[in-house]
Design a protein around this ligand. Structure first.
Ligand code: RTP
Ligand code: MG
Length: 139
């Protein structure tokens, strides 16, 4: 693969981000880094959509409360595009557990939770393709 792949990635600003009024602040971090918003929509999702998105996690012990959380209120789904966007976004998001995430990352600055950690970012090109097709089938 090219050293500078132009990529698209699926990002969620989870319901805690919307509830806490952090949508603008979080979007700014991605935009300031140079990523381009290709699509963006606020939605309330049902359990079936959560199951599709988190297909790799549905059998895990932590999934039922995660499902309740992501269906608990509006979230913002978006597609970001840029050089190495998949890895860059995961760097901006920080480690999964906000208590362990590095300062300077979204989770490291704004979350103290392993579940309510504000953001999702696709973890590979294959995941990005699958997730973008789920959330923005027209894209
Ligand atoms: P994401 O998929 O949301 O970008 O987060 P991630 O890759 O950093 O983490 P992943 O392992 O894919 O987990 C997905 C989401 O499930 C919740 N979670 N809870 N042990 C737990 O209670 C636990 N582990 C994970 C988090 O919301 C995590 O982002
Ligand atoms: Mg993940």
């Amino acid at each position: 693969m090219s050293e500078h792949p132009m990529q698209r990635t699926l990002v969620l600003l989870k319901p805690d981000a919307v509830r806490r009024g952090l949508v603008g602040a979080i979007l700014s971090r991605f935009e300031q880094r140079g990523l381009r918003i290709v699509a963006l929509e606020q939605r309330v999702i049902d359990g079936a959509q959560a199951d599709r998105h988190y297909a790799e996690h549905v059998e895990r012990d932590f999934y039922p409360p995660l499902r309740d959380f992501v269906t608990s209120g509006p979230l913002v789904a978006l597609v970001l595009e840029g050089d190495s966007a998949i890895e860059v976004v995961r760097g901006i998001n920080g480690a999964t557990d906000g208590r362990k995430a590095a300062p300077g990352t979204i989770r490291g600055d704004l979350s103290l939770s392993n579940r309510e950690n504000l953001v999702h970012g696709s973890d590979s090109p294959e995941s990005a393709e699958r997730e973008i097709a789920i959330w923005f089938p027209g894209l």
